[in-house]
Design a protein around this ligand. Structure first.
Ligand SMILES: [Zn+2]
Length: 258
């Protein structure tokens, strides 16, 4: 059931911290009910439930930790997509500048929330050890800036085409201050070493790919090999091990547990 070693390593690293949270997470019945309540294809639900049934104990620990993370920071695991907007007027209170951190940036002025920046710095240090540069090309975007991005897209390509790759104002993960676009922000990024490294390692630092290949019907967006969101280590491990690497499923599940 557990298909990769990385997943087990993250579990081993998290287990002591999770033990402190105790088994205060939801029981098997509540988990089953939450999965049943998710508005996704029945086959997808069945696959998720089967993975949980195959390794229920780590799952409960991950859920307990993810819920503790969310209790400490309600926006960390807040779903925002085409059907769900951010709270009106939302702007993160703890944005930090990337300038002066030594991180590789496309331009001055990038900002991220404190926890996402700390995780990015850890991830960047690990990548550097392997001779890789993680170029940050987009980070926090305010509601007003997203209005500009959206309007520019509509002017150039029309609303329908723009909606396949650009979020409407109030619906962008970038407004959370925890999403990052790396590298060229084009499909060419997928063929880079940095992209392959992120695909294999980002979750160890709490980042996951928001818009995987071939899942536009689920995520609402075309494949974006460059767009990662910080969700925390427990949620990232849970996504990889139980939700097929689909962040939207993870977020829908946690929402169903509210
Ligand atoms: Zn993005």
């Amino acid at each position: 059931m557990l298909r990769n070693v990385g997943f087990l390593m993250v579990f081993a690293a998290l287990a002591p911290a999770c033990a402190q949270v105790k088994a205060s997470g939801p029981d098997a019945e509540r988990i089953r009910a939450a999965i049943s309540a998710m508005r996704i294809a029945p086959e997808a639900k069945a696959a998720i439930q089967a993975r949980i049934d195959g390794a229920p104990k780590p799952f409960r620990l991950y859920v307990a930790q993810a819920l503790a993370d969310r209790a400490a920071d309600p926006m960390l695991l807040f779903r925002v997509d085409k059907s769900k907007a951010l709270p009106v007027g939302f702007a993160p209170a703890d944005l930090r500048a990337l300038d002066g951190t030594g991180l590789s940036v496309s331009r001055p002025g990038h900002r991220l929330r404190a926890a996402a920046l700390a995780a990015l710095e850890d991830m960047n240090a690990a990548a550097l050890k392997e001779g890789l540069t993680l170029l940050v090309s987009s980070s926090y975007r305010s509601y007003d800036y997203q209005v500009e991005v959206w309007d520019r897209g509509v002017k150039a390509d029309g609303a329908v085409e723009t909606a396949a790759s650009v979020a409407k104002p109030g619906h962008s993960q970038h407004q959370l201050g925890t999403a990052i676009d790396f590298g060229s922000i084009t499909d060419a990024f997928a063929d880079t070493k940095a992209s392959r490294w992120l695909a294999a390692n980002a979750r160890r630092f709490g980042f996951t790919l928001s818009y995987p290949k071939g899942l536009a019907e689920i995520t609402g967006y075309k494949w974006e090999s460059w767009h990662y969101r910080y969700v925390g280590k427990a949620a990232a491990a849970m996504e990889a091990g139980y939700f097929g690497g689909v962040q939207e499923y993870l977020l829908l599940f946690l929402e169903a547990l509210e």
